[in-house]
Design a protein around this ligand. Structure first.
Ligand code: ZN
Length: 258
């Protein structure tokens, strides 16, 4: 008997694996060919999905606000990318390094989806989890890389409070220092860089972010500013002046000096 959740999880893991292999030349999460495993129907109406360090775990959602968590390919790409980040830069999951960790997952989660759909930066929706929200929710997705802070405004879920610029940086002790909040700032920087460069976002912007994540200069306690500087440098090393300029401009537009 077909279980739609099993099929979605299988296809989503496969699409993420294919993206990393074909676009970035990476052999699975650890770049050493580790098998991708997933548990589905975790818990009872569990409202989340996560990478536990060894495998993916998907909840079915409560059915009122959230559908099953296998339904959005960008969510699957997001969670698996946490494994890639852990393996490469090991960005500490707190404050700015934690927000970078979240942002890197949103960036590659979105790119996995864009690659699977064959979309250009202009055609992409730049949303995370748009299929996940039920019709009862007043919103379009969990997050927007293009317009952070606009994804939802719901009586139960609350308001999307992601800032799109350093002026709105949220200092808080909740959410590990706002890792899911302030990620809006580097998310928008990526969107701006990818849009300025045009074409398929994974070709240049994605490659620049990926090689930055792998660069030894990015430490576990990286700040927005230190990460930005590495992306600007990588843009010049990997491509040239146009790319370096686009990435530098993108960070400046969100208030981070690259
Ligand atoms: Zn995450």
């Amino acid at each position: 008997m077909a279980d739609v959740t099993v099929n979605e999880a299988y296809d989503g893991l496969g699409a993420t694996f294919a993206f990393y292999a074909a676009v970035l030349g990476r052999d699975s999460i650890d770049d050493e060919g580790m098998s991708l495993l997933a548990t589905v129907h975790y818990g009872d109406h569990y409202d989340n999905a996560f990478w536990n360090g060894r495998q993916m775990v998907f909840g079915d959602g409560d059915g009122e606000l959230f559908h099953r968590f296998t339904v959005s390919l960008d969510i699957i790409g997001h969670e698996l990318t946490h494994g890639v980040t852990e393996d490469e830069a090991a960005l500490m999951y707190v404050n700015q390094s934690g927000a970078l960790n979240e942002s890197v997952s949103d960036v590659f989660g979105s790119l996995v989806k864009q690659y699977a759909r064959g979309e250009t930066a202009e055609q992409a929706d730049w949303l995370i989890g748009d299929e996940l929200l039920t019709d009862a929710v007043q919103g379009v997705a969990l997050r927007s890389l293009k317009a952070p802070g606009t994804a939802y405004d719901d009586p139960v879920l609350g308001d999307d409070i992601q800032p799109a610029h350093m002026d709105g940086y949220v200092r808080t002790t909740s959410d590990n220092g706002g890792v899911h909040i302030n990620s809006g700032i580097p998310n928008r920087a990526f969107y701006l860089a990818a849009s300025a460069l045009g074409g398929h976002a994974w070709d240049r912007a994605g490659r620049i972010w990926y090689e930055s994540l792998r660069a030894p200069q990015v430490r576990p306690n990286a700040t927005f500013r230190s990460f930005a500087a590495v992306t600007v440098r990588q843009a010049g090393v990997l491509f040239g002046a146009e790319e370096r300029q686009a990435v530098s401009e993108a960070w400046r537009e969100v208030g981070v000096a690259g």
